[in-house]
Design a protein around this ligand. Structure first.
Ligand SMILES: [Zn+2]
Ligand SMILES: [Zn+2]
Length: 299
């Protein structure tokens, strides 16, 4: 799965080269849901690993999926700074951090990005969940080093990755990301109510432009169209809205993301099937899938 470029090195051996690698460690929204019916898509809340071709590591969101990523980084013996981008501070996007083992190593260095007015404010919000009585270890007792970078709608450079941010439609606000290098683009729009067109921070057409021609678009698909009328202003989209935005943007692939806790694997399979039926009716071609823990894409 994913796009792999091949070339020959001086010895004639095939080398696999990618611009970036994207791996999902948590794709669930709201609350972790372990259990037999969530094994296939996963029960951990949002966490995505993005690695550029030089091994610079960007972690998007620190939901419960980050715990397993931390263990993997320990196995890899990851060196150098780790960049952490928080789309927003709802529990499902931050609650894994206290269980992220690299934060307990003196040599670890983190650069944390998030939507805040100042670095101090970002630090305060990020560290709040480790205050007494919520957690036994204080943030100020962590031995690693942190720097905090407040982000609004900006263009950033992290390693080889260019990142553009956009405010999405969600209670309290959240940031979407377009991550690209050499014309390969990964776009994440989670916790976004695509259908609330009159109250968005931006016009629908701006979001379409933001996701334009994405090689991989990962979009909030918490709801279905039939429950939307009773969930207006909750800050999430139906999978049908995610599909329409992907079609309008000309995205190559769409990953349904931020699965509602009650979704079992056959529900998400059904949503993907329905998306494919809609695409066939509209005579459009697009690769749609439900994002799963452990899924890897190379772009
Ligand atoms: Zn969420
Ligand atoms: Zn949220």
């Amino acid at each position: 799965m994913g796009i792999v470029h091949q070339c020959l090195d001086k010895t004639g051996l095939i080398q696999y080269i990618y611009i970036m690698r994207v791996k999902f460690w948590g794709t669930r929204g709201s609350v972790p849901v372990p259990g037999s019916t969530t094994i296939r898509y996963g029960g951990n809340t949002t966490c995505i690993e993005v690695e550029d071709r030089n091994g610079n590591l960007l972690i998007i969101d620190a939901g419960t999926g980050i715990r397993a990523l931390g263990n993997e980084l320990m196995r890899r013996g990851k060196q150098g700074p780790i960049y952490v981008f928080l789309t927003h501070f709802h529990w499902d996007h931050i609650q894994g951090w206290p269980f992220f083992t690299p934060t307990y190593l003196p040599k670890s260095e983190f650069v944390v990005y998030g939507h805040a007015k100042s670095a101090d404010r970002l630090r305060e919000v990020f560290s709040y969940q480790m205050r007494t009585p919520f957690f036994p270890v204080k943030f100020t007792d962590l031995p690693c080093s942190f720097s905090f970078v407040p982000v609004d709608e900006d263009i950033l450079k992290i390693g080889n990755l260019n990142i553009q941010t956009i405010k999405l439609c969600h209670p309290g606000g959240t940031l979407g990301l377009r991550v690209w290098e050499k014309k390969r683009a990964f776009v994440l729009m989670t916790d976004h109510e695509a259908g609330l067109k009159d109250k968005q921070p931006h016009l629908y057409t701006d979001y379409v432009k933001f996701a334009s021609k994405a090689d991989l678009l990962i979009h909030d698909a918490q709801f279905t169209a039939d429950v939307l009328p009773t969930h207006k202003t909750w800050g999430h989209s139906s999978y049908q809205e995610a599909l329409q935005l992907a079609i309008d943007a000309g995205a190559k692939r769409l990953g349904l993301f931020h699965h509602a806790p009650e979704r079992e694997y056959n529900d998400i399979d059904r949503f993907v099937d329905h998306c494919n039926q809609i695409l066939e009716r509209k005579d459009k071609s697009l690769d749609v899938f439900g994002t799963m823990e452990g899924m890897v894409f190379t772009l």
